[in-house]
Design a binder for this molecule. Structure first.
Ligand SMILES: Nc1ncnc2c1ncn2[C@@H]1O[C@H](COP(=O)(O)OP(=O)(O)OP(=O)(O)O)[C@@H](O)[C@H]1O
Ligand SMILES: [Mg+2]
Length: 261
């Protein structure tokens, strides 16, 4: 992987909310074709980091590079245009409208190239079905309401949409946390298929150590706004992941803390 250039790189990101420092110098490199798990306890700064990467708010200090170019985002639209696609937990889908309408939401294909032109419905159906099939979900009826799809299928729809509209970096915020066991596996398979496309970088935020182990190539651990550990699946042995997820505390220390309360 050493000859590859990072698709996205952050250098010394700091984010202050008033006098509170939520991120304190976070540097991160994510490579094409890798699943990069971003792990850390509640309040570690994971969401703050992805909000900066997706243009929700600017960093107080630090830089972001996409494919070697410095970028600065004034809005989420800027981040999308730079190739950063974020799939939030609520997925921003409308359950009452069809798969296809959700897929194109606000970016419909029209004849006459005008927002008021006739919709190219057949073409849109075809693209939606095709793009979802590429990452492993076969939808029989693109007119099906999204509300009738499983949670796993909805994740796939949101992911396929982000990729179709140009995401080179796909950020997934806790994509499995609201799902049952079977659907969690469905989403992990989807992530694997996106990885197999080869050119997309995936940042996976999760609290689930097992999922991270199953699917991630590289791990970064945040605690109180700082990177406290990183490495590939091979580098991290035994209890390393557990310890780092617990904010770097030794399991023995945690046992003592628990005993003392
Ligand atoms: N808009 C804000 N204003 C003030 N403080 C904030 C703001 N957003 C986040 N914080 C604080 O920054 C810290 C990091 O929060 P963040 O949401 O990034 O954590 P997280 O790692 O995503 O946690 P979780 O696993 O619970 O989602 C927390 O202490 C939080 O209270
Ligand atoms: Mg969060």
């Amino acid at each position: 992987m050493s000859d590859l250039k990072p698709l996205i790189e952050t250098t010394g990101l700091v984010k202050k909310f008033g006098s509170f420092t939520a991120l304190n110098g976070v540097s991160l490199k994510v490579y094409p074709g890798e699943v990069h798990a971003l792990l850390g306890d509640n309040g570690a700064g994971k969401s703050t980091l992805i909000k900066i990467l997706s243009g929700v708010f600017p960093p107080t200090e630090g830089q972001i590079h996409v494919e070697g170019q410095p970028v600065s985002f004034a809005s989420p639209r800027n981040a999308t245009d730079a190739g950063i696609g974020t799939v939030y937990q609520d997925l921003a889908l409308n359950p009452l409208t069809s798969v296809t309408r959700n897929f194109f939401l606000g970016r419909e294909l029209t004849r006459f190239n005008s927002p008021f032109g006739l919709l190219k419905m057949d073409e849109m159906h075809q693209i939606a079905i095709q793009e979802m099939a590429k990452i492993g979900i076969n939808i029989a009826d693109p007119e099906q309401a999204v509300g009738t799809m499983s949670g796993g299928q909805r994740q796939t729809l949101a992911i396929a949409r982000a990729i179709y509209f140009g995401a080179k970096v796909l950020i997934l915020d806790e994509p499995t946390s609201a799902l049952g066991q079977k659907q969690q596996m469905e989403v992990l398979k989807t992530i694997r298929q996106v990885k197999d496309l080869g050119n997309i970088a995936i940042i996976l935020i999760t609290h689930n150590e097992i999922h991270a182990r199953l699917i991630a190539d590289r791990f970064t651990f945040l605690s109180l706004g700082e990177v406290i550990g990183e490495g590939t699946a091979k580098d991290l042995q035994g209890d390393d992941i557990k310890r780092l997820m617990a904010g770097g505390a030794e399991i023995g220390d945690l046992a003592k803390e628990l005993a003392a309360t």
